[in-house]
Design a protein around this ligand. Structure first.
Ligand code: ZN
Length: 614
């Protein structure tokens, strides 16, 4: 039986209140006070997510909840732990107040970080879910830090305002917990730029000591944003949000990005950002643009078009899908492709980046034992938890997924003489699953659904008229090399492979550590592995001579494939002597060359006009 309509209206008017304070920056502690007007009369359960969507690994954010207490008007209530991330509070008619502190010292895009310089938080690390009341609206009050660090601090977030004061501290709202969880928050003294693109207001906030040229960033990013919106909505060319926020944190050395529905958190090396007076984009800046483009593309693809397995997210446990090659792979394909189509990078730079991806996949023996579909499913225990054997056992659903996207795109373009492409499949997925995924206020759309595990081949056929049948199944579920050279040929692009190093190969990658030369990986089937060496062994001498990387390289360049070398190595504290037969160098270094002739298929693919632009 449902409650009377009048009663229900009153109940829905009482949102879950979160009051979040960066209360002790030096101890890296946030204090959160929650008020729940109508707790479960049987004892309200509260849970912190075990993972954050976009990063497919169980992270158990609850391990950083330091202390939790509960009370109502009558006094203190019991709060019992039910499992690693769930609490149950004693029975109360309400309202219930829960207070807790969260330790925030993870400078990544996935969790929360607080010191006297800034505060960053993903709500999945900080905001408890009120179990059973996930669809209730939320109010979020952001408090400023203590006065001694608060000078110049302001707030950057895409949470809708509901009475924020100066600097953005104050009141915000979210349609439900899913929305609450999907808007990260930055507080601090970041540099900020604004621009309009695709009918939406965009902001870039850069945290960290930088000399970033924000004008240059805006100049380069705005056309990319416009091009992505036009890909999905060729008629209106509008983005599916009113505001979008790039939240970048610059550090000495770092790289990462996490997508959200209206924003993204980026971690980058400060030297990858553009500075005033910088000339043409170098490798570092192109990498940053590719990262920003990747996360922005996710606003359509994975935040609105989703695998059915993510509808809704199960925050308590792994959400298994064999489709990350579609969601991460296709996004990795389009990130750089949108840069070249928008004119942010040159065709030569795009083909260099694509060749790097091809080389990356070619180099890792894991591509011959794991398919991209299997890699997707096992992301939680393999791709996200790499060890010394990962190169031998794991294929990246990002990198190989991008190449599967390329293969599909080129096959469809060739079959239809350029009349259809993967773009059409993106648009059909968008219309079917993405466009109405959220209601205008940020709550769930009228009929939320996602791409079924086996749904892509039929969708591709419907969107393009092309059935790739068993070929597509081989690319996705198989481990054979993709026929990229054959697929690129009709576009006047030649793919060739050469050895990265002409010297014969010992089949180990050396990582220097504290003066030792340790084998970081030993390639499956390679010379070292066949001889009995392993990752973790410390290489001492080859053919009686002490070796470091340079000496080993010089020694190998004087040997030939088939020669035998004697290797001395330590495994733990025991000395080993083995004989290894050197291999011919693997031809893993890809190069892409464009023919001089005009090619309509290639122009369509790279978004070039009939008269070549460059
Ligand atoms: Zn991604």
């Amino acid at each position: 039986m449902s409650p009377a309509p009048a009663r229900r209206a009153t109940r829905d008017a009482d949102p879950i209140l979160y009051r979040i304070a960066p209360s002790d920056p030096h101890a890296h502690l946030f204090t959160v006070a929650m008020t729940i007007a109508h707790p479960d009369p049987e004892g309200q359960r509260l849970a912190l997510p075990a993972w954050i969507p976009g990063s497919y690994m169980i992270r158990e954010f609850a391990r950083h909840v330091v202390a939790l207490s509960a009370r109502d008007a009558r006094g203190v209530l019991r709060a019992d732990k039910l499992d690693k991330h769930t609490w149950r509070v004693g029975r109360t008619p309400g309202p219930l107040t829960v207070e807790y502190t969260v330790y925030a010292w993870d400078l990544s895009v996935r969790a929360a970080h607080l010191d006297a310089g800034h505060a960053f938080l993903n709500p999945t690390s900080v905001c408890l879910r009120v179990v059973g009341q996930e669809s209730r609206p939320c109010t979020v009050v952001l408090e400023p830090p203590p006065a001694d660090v608060a000078r110049g601090w302001r707030v950057a977030t895409t949470l809708p305002e509901a009475g924020a004061r100066r600097g953005g501290f104050g009141r915000y709202r979210a349609a439900d917990y899913d929305a609450r969880a999907d808007h990260p928050i930055e507080m601090g003294t970041f540099a900020l730029a604004r621009f309009d693109a695709a009918g939406a207001s965009h902001e870039i906030a850069v945290t960290g000591r930088t000399d970033v040229d924000l004008d240059r960033l805006v100049r380069d990013l705005a056309p990319v944003c416009a091009a992505q919106a036009a890909l999905f909505e060729p008629r209106t060319r509008r983005a599916p949000f009113e505001r979008y926020l790039f939240l970048a944190t610059a550090v000495g050395d770092g790289y990462g990005g996490l997508e959200h529905r209206d924003s993204t958190a980026l971690l980058c090396a400060r030297n990858d950002l553009p500075w005033r007076g910088m000339g043409a984009a170098g490798d570092g800046y192109r990498t940053f643009l590719g990262l920003a483009s990747h996360e922005y593309f996710h606003a359509w693809h994975v935040k609105r078009i989703k695998p059915a397995a993510f509808v809704p997210y199960d925050f308590d446990r792994e959400a298994y899908t064999r489709l990350l090659w579609v969601f991460e792979g296709f996004t990795s394909y389009y990130d750089d492709l949108m840069l070249v189509r928008a004119g942010a990078i040159s065709r030569a730079d795009y083909l260099k980046a694509l060749a790097r991806t091809i080389s990356l996949v070619e180099r890792a023996p894991g591509r011959t034992v794991q398919s991209v579909a299997d890699s997707s499913f096992d992301a939680w225990i393999k791709y996200y938890r790499q060890d010394e054997n990962s190169p031998n056992a794991v294929v990246s659903y990002y990198a190989k997924g991008a190449l599967v996207a390329l293969a599909i795109d080129l096959a469809v373009r060739a079959r239809t003489q350029g009349r259809a492409s993967l773009d059409d499949a993106m648009r059909l997925m968008w219309r079917r699953f993405g466009r109405d995924f959220y209601a205008p206020g940020g709550g769930p759309g009228p009929a939320q659904s996602g791409l079924a595990e086996d749904g892509f081949p039929a969708l591709l056929r419907e969107a393009t008229g092309v059935s790739l049948g068993a070929r597509l199944a081989r690319w996705v579920d198989g481990t054979d090399a993709l026929p990229l050279a054959r697929l690129l040929a009709p576009l006047g692009v030649t793919l060739s492979f050469a050895p990265a190093d002409p010297a014969p190969s010992l089949g180990v990658r050396i990582a220097p550590r504290g003066g030792e030369r340790r084998a970081a990986t030993a390639s499956r089937g390679g010379a070292a592995k066949r001889a009995g060496l392993s990752a973790g062994d410390v290489l001492v001498a080859v053919d009686g001579m002490r070796v470091d990387e340079k000496a080993l390289k010089a020694l190998l360049s004087r040997r030939r494939a088939g020669d035998t070398v004697a290797v001395h190595a330590f495994r733990r504290d025991e000395l080993l002597r083995v004989e290894a037969v050197l291999d011919a160098p693997a031809r893993t270094e890809a190069t892409l060359k464009v023919g001089a002739q005009d090619n309509a298929l290639r122009r369509g693919w790279l978004g070039e006009r009939a008269a070549a632009r460059r």
